[in-house]
Design a protein. Structure first.
Ligand SMILES: [Zn+2]
Length: 340
């Protein structure tokens, strides 16, 4: 595993105006994960997260025009065609899936799972998440029944505007594909190549390595294992949830869903305590077994930084495909483990 995780250390020297222009060396570390292809620059000198909370006035003002609030949904959201859902919208418990009014894929659903217009990250209970994911799975099953060519799916979340969300009202996005997304395909290809070359499963190897190292390993819930990612895709790190031994959606039973929801709820509470109020989440699902690839979710905290609302995406990511990371993955790991 170590051969796939590369670290290159360097420094930048300047004359520091805060100490009479004495020479100061600032350490830098560039990490490359040769498996995922992710490159990140870890800046260890900036690891305090500023206090920031969503704007209560904006949340309150947005209620009157929110299409996802109870009473508005029937009037201002679309319905599925009968080939997918004769009843129009797919209900499970307190969750409902409806078509995305702005689809970016042939099969693109939106899952609403809260009657409340806004919830902070510490208020998403495992039961709410249960209904949300089960409703999403029902939608995936309906699409699969109507289109035998679909092969993969994902359940995604842009939570709040710093993470690309368009509305405050909590909603997941379910995408079902004939072709996997670029990154999903890359991970499957790499998993297969690793298996062919080594005769071993990459994900089992990664888990064993991280458990032994105890720097980025977080915790387990049943068969779901949570890790902080070595070379993350976000400025504040990235959490990987591995569904160990599960290679397709049908392999995830009730106990495994419950374990994932408990673990996810814990991660969200940890982010909240750390002043990380926004996130992207992607759960990658194969609809038929792909022996080398394990089902997995990736949860990336996001933030617009005060005082000016500075984006956490910058030229390094857009122009160079490298991520500036100000919260080292090991520190994120420690914070989550300690916040139990
Ligand atoms: Zn609302």
């Amino acid at each position: 595993m170590e051969a796939l995780f590369q670290k290159r250390k360097s420094e930048s020297v300047l004359l520091d105006f805060t100490s009479e222009f004495k020479e100061k060396s600032i350490p830098l570390e560039v990490r490359t994960d040769l498996f995922t292809g992710c490159v990140s620059r870890i800046l260890k000198f900036r690891n305090k997260l500023p206090e920031s909370r969503p704007d209560n006035d904006a949340i309150e003002k947005s209620k009157s025009t929110c299409p996802f609030c109870p009473g508005h949904r029937d009037l201002f959201t679309p319905k599925f065609p009968p080939s997918i859902a004769p009843e129009g919208r797919i209900q499970f418990g307190n969750a409902v899936v409806l078509p995305n009014a702005f689809p970016y894929s042939r099969y693109c659903g939106v899952t609403l799972f809260s009657d409340e217009h806004f919830l902070s990250l510490d208020r998403f209970t495992p039961q709410m998440l249960h209904d949300a994911f089960q409703a999403g799975v029902m939608y995936i099953d309906r699409v699969k029944a109507s289109d035998p060519e679909v092969k993969t799916a994902s359940i995604n979340w842009n939570y709040l505007m710093s993470a690309g969300g368009g509305l405050y009202h909590p909603h997941l996005q379910v995408v079902v594909n004939r072709q996997p997304s670029h990154f999903h395909q890359h991970l499957m290809d790499q998993s297969r190549a690793y298996g062919l070359e080594s005769g071993k499963n990459y994900w089992q190897g990664l888990l064993a390595y991280e458990k032994k190292l105890q720097e980025r390993y977080l915790f387990s819930e049943g068969k779901i294992e949570f890790l902080s990612v070595f070379s993350p895709k976000g400025m504040f790190g990235e959490v990987l949830a591995l569904f160990t031994g599960m290679t397709s959606l049908t392999a995830i039973g009730d106990a495994e869903w419950a374990a994932f929801q408990n673990g996810l709820s814990r991660i969200l509470r940890s982010f909240h305590r750390m002043n990380l109020n926004s996130l992207n989440m992607t759960l990658l699902l194969n609809l038929s077994p792909c022996e080398d690839f394990e089902i997995q979710a990736r949860i990336t905290p996001r933030m617009s930084m005060p005082p000016w609302g500075t984006s956490d995406v910058n030229y390094f990511e857009k122009g160079h495909n490298e991520i500036i990371v100000v919260l080292p993955p090991e520190t994120l790991g420690e914070e989550i483990r300690n916040s139990g």
